[in-house]
Write a protein that binds this ligand. Sequence first.
Ligand code: FES
Ligand SMILES: [Fe+2]
Length: 394
Amino acid sequence: MTKNCEISESPIQRLQREAYVSEQWFEREKKELFSKNWALAGVVSDFRESGDYKTLQIGNDSLIVIKDGDGQLKTFHNICRHRGTELLEGRGNTGRFIMCPYHNWVYNLDGGLRGLPAAKACFPDLDKKGVNLIPASIGIFHNLVFVNPSEKPEERFEDWLGGLDSVAWPHNLLSEDLEESEEFVYEINCNWKVFMENGLDGYHLAYLHKETLGGPLHDKNVWEPFGRHLVWWSTEREGVKHRIPQFVEKASKGATTVKDAEEPGYGGVYAIFPNTLITPNPWGFSTSIIEPVNANKILMRVRNWAPKGWLSYKVRTKDAPGYDKESGLIKSSHWKVHPLETGDFQTEDVWVCEKMQRALQSSHHSVEFLAKGSGGETALDFFQQRVLDYVSIE
Ligand code: FES
Ligand SMILES: [Fe+2]
């Protein structure tokens, strides 16, 4: 399906303004892009006991990921085989079976129909053996759990990884050395692609993030493609591919690092197509899922892992700029100081992405110039081509 997975020398803006603001375009993305792709559902340790489950939305599909009685991870569509009610919500433990709340049909953890009320009288001809929850697909990569809504995806998980498994990866998420802090959920008023493109933009690092990341400059950072995905390195240290900007490394001297994370070679950001950013660094590991809500809004779910007992890293959501205690979300409407005064690069990105989205509403908006170089804005062109592999311009 992917036609050209090289980064082009002369980047161009390929997506029209409508792709960032139109609900019709977003409807097409849900059907034609998200529902055909692999999505990060969590980590292996989210599912410790049999019956532990999570639900997630991918495009128009709702999926359940669950650990069955044999310790296997399974994934199904969150649809009852009777009249289609959504079976589970959020996450939790469902015990030894899944029961539909509507008419109490009961399923085993492997998806098979176990029983139903008044079976003989109401469904005399129904053979339970042939009735199962609709299966989806699961793939595991470095203890990260990915799912695909199709039982037979157009692209096998190994092919979709596109060689990412050849890139160094020092962090073992199941290691005793690491512990997870609270999940941060940002509500951001921008299109999911505006946020992803900001994440891929090597040109802004030295300017918007002058005080927080301190660069690197456009010619001192690189994005390298692996299938549809991209991996980022700083090259400030005489061309050596390094996982963090030099400025950040100096500022963090003496901080507790994760065992093994001093190994060279791994990237600073792994942009997993379509909407996930993974950032391993010497002090921890984080995953950010850029979940579209509609064409003009996202929820970004950020999980962080850090060395055990390192209290300074145990940032709490309530300390994040923009935390709203009513909803538990982090939002620009609740900022108390100017974003550039927070000293938080994430807040700087949120600020600029919302500014981009407001400007995109104007019919006078157009993008004619993108910075050359793999640490400029060429990764945006690459990303837009990957979107267009799925959602072609009509
Ligand atoms: S819809 Fe689930 S039991 Fe009827
Ligand atoms: Fe940024």
